[in-house]
Design a protein around this ligand. Structure first.
Ligand SMILES: [Zn+2]
Length: 301
């Protein structure tokens, strides 16, 4: 999985910091997650092909997570897009975007599908043969979902030397990849384990922004390869975190530790702090593998 951070700061866009948006590349998909103001500029700046984005996931309807969406939808039209575009987000997102298109008499010339979410618990909202996307119910001032992107278990890998040694015909290869044993013409059975290797462990990415400290998400995201968890504040401002339903770096790390994730990526920083390194220092006291998201940063996991 490859993760491009386009923006990871809370509240308003500033000269050097952008509101939330990121692109996850997985199994030939390019998923756009949240779309704060300026997202299309960031896409251009980081040379990410607009045309490969077919699915957009919006966590909640605070401006710093979706004010870039109407502009992007409109730009797709100007670029002559023909492929359909799917937008997943809270109920109301369709009304918000279509009103702007209607007032400007600028309907898209491609199919635009809204998948409005009202679920109270986790729900699978996208699935194909290689991946699923589930919502993670978060606790914020308005209705908010995180998203869990999960690879499916792939086919077994053919043991090329073993199939050659046993002179197994090519016609059996797909069955071997599907986990079946092979019966030779003389009746001898070769167990599947002798002819193939286990598939790679499926990866997963959990995106959790914005939310108050919410330990009941741990079960759903346990063993995720990577967790992006918001850390708007440090513990010194925990009272603000509680009041605004955000998390501190320490709380994000506690979630990462309880869920035993591979790595924690912090983001959604308040711009009140002098350095984002403070967030990493605080989280490292609780959990060992902490990375800082930053605009333009790229993660491969
Ligand atoms: Zn918010």
């Amino acid at each position: 999985m490859k993760l491009h951070i386009l923006g990871c700061y809370a509240a308003t866009p500033r000269t050097l910091t952008n509101p939330t948006s990121q692109v996850l590349e997985v199994k030939n998909h390019m998923f756009l997650i949240d779309c704060g103001e300026g997202t299309q500029v960031q896409l251009r700046k980081h040379k990410i092909k607009f045309s490969r984005i077919n699915h957009i996931f919006i966590s909640h309807l605070h401006g710093d997570h979706f004010f870039g969406l109407s502009g992007l939808v409109s730009t797709f039209r100007l670029l002559g897009r023909e492929k359909e575009l799917h937008i997943y987000g809270p109920k109301g997102i369709k009304e918000a975007i279509t009103l702007l298109l209607k007032l400007g008499d600028s309907w898209t010339n491609y199919q635009l599908y809204f998948h409005e979410l009202t679920n109270k618990g986790p729900e699978v909202i996208f699935e194909d043969d290689k991946i699923t996307v589930e919502t993670i119910r978060l606790n914020h001032r308005i209705y908010t979902n995180g998203f869990l992107f999960k690879e499916k278990l792939g086919e077994r890998k053919l043991n090329v030397e073993a199939v050659a040694k046993h002179k197994v015909d090519k016609a059996y290869f797909q069955n071997i990849k599907n986990g079946r044993d092979v019966v030779l013409d003389n009746g001898m059975v070769i167990p599947n384990a002798d002819l193939s290797f286990d598939p790679p462990t499926p990866k997963s990415y959990a995106y959790c922004s914005d939310t108050a400290y919410k330990p009941d998400i741990v079960e759903q995201i346990t063993n995720a390869t990577a967790l992006y968890h918001e850390s708007t504040f440090l513990e010194s401002e925990v009272h603000l975190a509680v009041r605004t339903k955000h998390s501190t770096a320490k709380e994000a790390a506690a979630i990462a530790k309880a869920a035993n994730v591979g790595q924690l990526i912090l983001g959604h920083y308040s711009t009140r702090y002098k350095s984002i390194d403070l967030f990493k220092e605080e989280a490292l006291e609780v959990f060992p593998n902490v990375e800082l998201a930053d605009d333009g940063k790229f993660f491969d996991f």
